[in-house]
Design a protein around this ligand. Structure first.
Ligand code: MN
Length: 289
């Protein structure tokens, strides 16, 4: 299992200086992997990022949320095509960095919708994801679709909703990406949805209910880590936290990061690394009970 940190724990800018802060901070905190947000693929130097990440001895993954201009569920075929082109560009970046997974809200825009998705829109999204899964596989990359709360997508908001959507994609290489922050809002509990996903769970975000320090909110991490152990989950587990102390032009406003929950990225990250590893070590003893 790879324990990782989202780059935005350390920086809102992914130019050379920002990348250095994020890569050095992730390694210093003790993580195995860094997740790079690809909200601005045009301006991203993936060759440079790949070298810096390899030099630090880290693994890498990448994520993004689409926007209204690249929404795969749009009724406008030109918008769907723009989304597919952007995601292909992101796959190029993942390959250039030496990564093997692209995750996040890559099946719709990451925004509050004012209406449900249309049947045509969901079908268009599923068709693009199926093509991208094949294209990604040629480069040794897999796709994992993040389940987010109702204010950030209208396509699915639960583990079971994601599984139903994936049944329509029809490609076993595409997996479910669960995030405890979103699960805490939408799911009945934090145990059963992990069991429901089972082997189709491919990526995990660990976030607190207010996106701050782990253990200071209402997320039932004990249930969640027990469930990961129960299904033998062996994929990435990535800490995600946002504060107004670190601002991303593309992400902070979309995610509603209006207040300051922490100021010291290094302390936050080191604490999260310990929290996640301690939780996993503890649940591994359950088989002795
Ligand atoms: Mn997330």
């Amino acid at each position: 299992m790879q324990i990782g940190a989202h780059g935005l724990v350390f920086t809102g800018e992914f130019d050379e200086a920002g990348l250095r802060r994020a890569v050095e901070g992730t390694a210093r905190a003790g993580f195995d992997l860094i997740e790079i947000p690809l909200m601005d693929p045009d301006g991203f130097d993936s060759a440079l990022a790949g070298r810096m990440i390899a030099d630090a001895g880290l693994a890498v993954s990448a994520s993004l949320g689409l926007t209204a201009a690249t929404d795969l569920t749009s009724e406008d075929a030109a918008v769907v095509a723009a989304g597919e082109r952007m995601l292909e560009q992101c796959l190029d970046h993942v390959a250039a960095m030496g990564g093997d997974v692209l995750c996040g809200v890559i099946y719709s825009a990451m925004q509050k919708y004012l209406t449900p998705p249309t049947t045509k829109g969901v079908a268009a999204s599923q068709a693009v994801i199926a093509r991208l899964a094949a294209s990604a596989a040629e480069r040794g990359i897999r796709l994992s679709l993040e389940v987010v709360n109702r204010y950030e997508s209208n396509v699915f908001n639960t583990s079971r909703g994601a599984l139903a959507y994936l049944d329509g994609v029809g490609d076993d290489r595409v997996s479910v990406h669960l995030d405890t922050y979103h699960m805490n809002i939408e799911e009945s509990d934090l145990f059963q949805p992990v069991l429901d996903a089972g082997p189709r769970l491919g990526y995990v975000h660990i976030g607190e209910s207010h996106r701050g320090y782990l253990g200071t909110g209402s997320v039932a991490f004990g249930d969640f880590f027990r469930a990961l152990d129960r299904i033998g989950y062996d994929g990435p587990v990535v800490f995600e936290s946002f504060s107004s102390a670190v601002v991303s032009a593309q992400l902070s406003n979309t995610l509603g990061i209006w207040r300051n929950l922490w100021e010291d990225s290094d302390d936050l990250a080191a604490h999260a690394n310990r929290f996640i590893r301690d939780a996993q070590r503890a649940v591994q003893t359950i088989e002795m009970h």
